[in-house]
Write a protein that binds this ligand. Structure first.
Ligand code: PLP
Length: 385
């Protein structure tokens, strides 16, 4: 019999969309993928070369469970330079991606029934990480008119003696929006001092910001966990590298998880992570400029097609557009668009109840494909209207 824990786990709808899109493609149709949440760019050359160098040098053994010291130091240097926050390498734990880091974090933080506040809409996997270790996600709705930013007073209203963490993600998946400095400071004020509630900040889309500036939670409070990784900014999804910055008392507990369950992150890829942090700045700048052109284009086209975008997204590579002029059922709508227009989009319901009526468009695709996708969507809308 399959465990209750896994039976309760929801699937990731975007993957269902992708699988159906691939089936349609196998039947000989061209499908435009605006559903996928990963960079379309190749991994920067300096990173690939570092992988090869590490392989040639025989760096293929287990590493320290917390990560290679030079990488942990490079991560600290990155945070010091970018956000002027001092981080001790002792507080950095390197993992095979942000996802396993998230699992280790919640395993170390939550007892059964402990609560974690998450926004609705939110990254689809968050509730599954929390419930997997028997925690309880508590959702706080965020609204289009606020650019899907948390209202700190709405978080305050949901705090209880079981609240262990307030989860933030800026720039956010699925909305592409940034938390303002003011709201982030107000959320940090809700954190405990030296204990719960902690703020858990998923900073995986940092570096992909086109207007304004992203902030690190450590600028506001030390009572926080930072989750980050190399997948998005450095186009390294398949290489699997991420990290945590944690309050000192959590290093040893998370190290135990790392030692028992994961042993260490990939040795070769850790060396590539050092190269990414030290050498890939110009590559990131190039990718960011291209994402920005696509962002401005897709925002303009979606508005022309009648989608609601009250606050233009300024980060990540997503647009979360109000599609209620077409349907209130985002799941049906996404599959209908896929079947009839051969454009893959992600239904808003994948990201929580409050995402219903929206579609997420990813612009991690070429300008040519995005333009073709918008053209097909226009024909679809005309036929629907
Ligand atoms: C908000 C957010 N957090 C975490 C992840 C997982 O990233 P990683 O590839 O580092 O496991 C993703 C991937 O899409 C994401 O969108």
């Amino acid at each position: 019999m399959i465990s209750q824990r896994i039976q309760q786990m929801s699937s990731f709808i975007v993957m269902d969309v992708l699988e159906r899109a691939n089936e349609i493609a196998r039947q000989g149709h061209s499908v435009i993928h605006l559903e996928v949440g990963e960079p379309d760019f190749n991994t920067p050359e300096c990173v690939k070369r570092a992988v090869c160098r590490a392989l040639d040098a025989g760096q293929t053994h287990y590493t320290h469970s917390l990560g290679v010291p030079e990488l942990r130091q490079a991560i600290c240097d990155h945070y010091a330079e970018r956000y002027q926050v001092p981080v001790d390498p002792e507080q950095v734990i390197v993992s095979s991606g942000t996802s396993p880091a998230m699992l280790a974090l919640f395993a170390a933080l939550l007892d059964p029934g402990d609560e974690v506040i998450i926004s609705d809409p939110h990254y689809a996997c968050y509730p599954n990480f929390i419930t997997f270790v028997q925690g309880q996600p508590v959702t706080v709705p965020v609204y289009e008119e606020d650019g899907f930013q948390y209202r700190p007073e709405a978080i305050a209203a949901k705090l209880s003696r079981r609240t262990k963490a307030i989860f933030i993600n800026s720039p956010s998946n699925p909305t592409g929006n940034l938390l303002s400095r003011r709201r982030m400071a107000a959320i940090a004020d809700l954190a405990g001092s030296g204990g719960a509630p902690y703020v858990v900040s998923d900073e995986i889309y940092h570096g992909l910001v086109y207007e304004g500036k992203e902030h690190c939670i450590l600028e506001f409070t030390d009572n926080a966990f930072v989750l980050n990784g190399f997948s998005k900014m450095y186009a390294m999804t398949g290489l699997r590298l991420g990290y945590l910055i944690v309050p000192r008392k959590f290093v040893r507990p998370i190290q135990k998880i790392q030692q028992n369950f994961f042993i260490s992150a990939n040795s070769v890829v850790q060396m590539a992570g050092i190269a990414a942090l030290k050498e890939a700045g110009p590559d990131v700048a190039r990718m960011r400029a291209i994402y920005n052109e696509r962002r401005l284009f897709i925002i303009r086209r979606l508005k022309e097609l009648g989608f609601g975008l009250t606050v233009a997204p300024t980060g990540a590579f997503y647009v979360f557009a109000n599609a209620r002029h077409l349907s209130h059922d985002s799941y049906k709508l996404a599959f209908d668009i896929l079947e009839k227009a051969h454009v893959g989009v992600t239904p808003g319901i994948d990201f929580g109840q409050n995402g219903e009526g929206y579609l997420r468009f990813s612009y991690a695709n070429s300008m040519e494909n995005i333009a073709e996708g918008m053209h097909r969507l226009e024909r679809y809308s005309d036929a629907a209207g």
